[in-house]
Ligand binder design. Structure first.
Ligand SMILES: Cc1ncc(COP(=O)(O)O)c(C=O)c1O
Length: 371
């Protein structure tokens, strides 16, 4: 936030800033989704929906799991929410009692800690480093597990590192949690944005598994505030009660619009964008390395590069502010994502056009050469 407001102040003073701090796609919703949304508004399809979402949208999401991921899930287990944020809030409301610990990776998405604290839970950090692609391992989960631990919340692909938790390892973790009666919450918000391998889901893992997902990233619908969760069958009724009380429902116009997101025309547009993100990743990672930054793990998902700047500065926040002030490039200091070696890291988002990324790369190289 500090970087963003400083970047905006520089822009107000007439400087051009290349924004690589922003974690949202530079693409907007595909045209068929926009059209469906406008139709919903014109037709007056704007009343409250059922708390768990439009039945047709829940069916469409279930069909998407079957067609793209080859896994069957009944629509009855799917709840539509106000983004992944709404899903995380409701899921944690459902599972947490005061004092319960939830294991979270450090570095990891900063919202996790706040959602857990909101229900008087205790976020317990698992230090994750380059040796495990910034993802937890079974051993690290076992080490961190205590009598107060209720479960693990993990994102794959991860924000900030863009790395995936290998399926075999996630399965071993799921098995361990199942034996302990813990809940495994997998944030799949960047699902679909993977490069060089087939997209996957944790849906078929054993035990109490909850998935969180969203229309924000792959579907490029951040401000529409729409997401979903896949719940164990036994939890849906209690979830529905809490959702009804806290939200009534997710935006109905957005839900009607999202029905078009699973149609072939929208999916073709979105796959084209995924390929564009991959092209940008293939461009920016070597450019950052050439500039002298270290990228310990090549990201194979999301749209982030997590890069070590300690060769130039032991304080990534100072480096980020210098890069912004003198170099004209905004990036996010690692400290936003936790405390585990984050002082040495920056997160670069490639959510900008190739032209902007080329200019950004030139500026970063110039800044590093003078640092
Ligand atoms: C890992 C992760 N989870 C959840 C969210 C929340 O997203 P939304 O509420 O827009 O679906 C974000 C947003 O950046 C994120 O990066």
């Amino acid at each position: 936030m500090e970087v963003l407001s400083r970047a905006q102040a520089l822009e107000a003073a007439g400087r051009r800033v290349i924004h690589m701090e922003i974690g949202e796609p530079d693409f907007t919703a595909p045209e068929p989704v926009v059209e469906a949304g406008m139709r919903a508004l014109r037709d007056g399809s704007t009343a409250y929906t059922p708390a768990l979402g439009l039945p047709a949208l829940r069916e469409a999401i279930a069909a998407h799991y079957a067609s793209r991921y080859g896994v069957a899930v009944p629509a009855a287990r799917i709840a539509v929410t106000a983004g992944a944020s709404g899903a995380l809030l409701l899921v944690l409301a459902l599972y947490l009692d005061p004092g319960d610990e939830i294991l979270v990776p450090d570095p990891g998405y900063p919202g996790y800690r706040q959602f857990i604290r909101a229900f008087e839970g205790v976020p317990r950090a698992i230090a994750v480093g380059a040796e495990s692609a910034f993802q937890p391992t079974l051993e690290s989960v076992q080490r961190a597990w205590s009598p107060n631990t209720r479960g693990l919340l993990v994102g794959s692909p991860s924000n900030p590192s863009g790395t995936l938790l290998p399926r075999a390892e996630l399965r071993r973790i799921a098995q361990f949690l199942a034996e302990r009666g813990g809940v495994l919450i997998v944030d799949e918000i960047y699902q679909g944005l993977v490069y060089g391998e087939a997209p996957s889901t944790a849906l078929d893992l054993p035990g109490e598994v909850v998935l969180v997902n969203s229309f924000s990233k792959y579907f490029c619908m951040t401000g529409w505030r729409l997401g979903w969760t896949v719940l164990p069958a036994a939890s849906t009724r209690a979830f529905e009660n809490i959702a009804q009380h806290l939200f009534i429902c997710a935006s109905s116009a957005a839900q009607h619009a999202a029905l078009a997101a699973f149609g072939q025309p929208a999916l073709e547009i979105l796959e084209g964008r995924r390929r564009e993100f991959e092209r940008r990743r293939d461009f920016i990672v070597p450019e950052l390395q050439r500039a002298g930054l270290t990228v310990p793990c090549t990201p194979n998902g999301a749209f982030y590069v997590y890069a070590d700047c300690s060769r130039f500065d032991q304080d990534a926040k100072r480096f980020a502010l210098g890069l912004l002030d003198r170099g004209g490039v905004a990036a996010t200091p690692g400290a936003d994502f936790g405390a585990n070696q984050t002082r040495h890291f920056l997160r670069f988002a490639y959510t900008r056009s190739m032209g902007d990324l080329e200019e950004g790369a030139r500026r970063i190289a110039r800044f590093c050469a003078g640092a």
